[in-house]
Design a protein around this ligand. Structure first.
Ligand SMILES: CC(C)(COP(=O)(O)OP(=O)(O)OC[C@H]1O[C@@H](n2cnc3c(N)ncnc32)[C@H](O)[C@@H]1OP(=O)(O)O)[C@@H](O)C(=O)NCCC(=O)NCCS
Length: 160
């Protein structure tokens, strides 16, 4: 049985504190990736209701810095599924609290693999795209999957 995108769509906001920044007052990239992985895993749990692990992160670009005291907005949703994996898009923007001006800062695709109690990949519900935007994301997700599998194969061969 399939599941709709809206059933695991998650948004969250977090304010950048001094412990999250470097000496220039900008948010650490690694901290942002941690927050993205956190919200992405919530989407993956809600979609699969299984144990999940992060398998890969694609197309992660930091487009503009996020400053101390800014609000970070995160949005996470399933774009594509295979038998046991979920491709999840995570969009990030930042908001200046005093001016309310908002900037798109990052977008990436996290792939989570669902595992059974023995740690083996296990089946998940397929995603059901319901509108033109979701259908386009699904088609694009299929293309990204092909590239990801090629990259995974080549990394495994290189590291042998
Ligand atoms: C991801 C992991 C479970 C895959 O194990 P595996 O034995 O290679 O799994 P399989 O070959 O049975 O592949 C299962 C599915 O995952 C996909 N897959 C495997 N490794 C993947 C990866 N690194 N990234 C994305 N997809 C992956 C396969 O294409 C397959 O897809 P399917 O649904 O079409 O069948 C394993 O490599 C692992 O545990 N990695 C570490 C995960 C981790 O620690 N993450 C960080 C902390 S959460």
């Amino acid at each position: 049985m399939g599941k709709r995108v809206s059933e695991s769509d998650v948004t969250s906001e977090i304010i950048v504190l001094p412990g999250d920044t470097n000496m220039f007052g900008d948010l650490y990239g690694g901290r942002l990736v941690e927050w993205m992985d956190n919200i992405g895993s919530i989407t993956a749990f809600k979609h699969s209701r299984k144990k999940v692990v992060t398998g890969s992160i694609d197309n992660l670009f930091f487009l503009s810095p996020i400053k101390l005291g800014y609000i970070v907005h995160l949005h996470s949703f399933v774009t594509y599924t295979t038998k046991s994996t979920m491709e999840i898009e995570i969009d990030v923007s930042s908001e200046n609290v005093t001016t309310s001006k908002s900037n798109v800062t990052t977008r990436a695709f996290f792939t989570y693999v669902a595992l059974d109690e023995n740690g083996h990949a296990t089946e998940i519900p397929e995603i059901i795209p319901e509108n033109d935007i979701e259908r386009k994301r699904f088609v694009d997700g299929e293309k990204r999957l092909e590239l990801r599998l090629q990259a995974l194969k080549s990394v495994k061969a290189d590291l042998k």
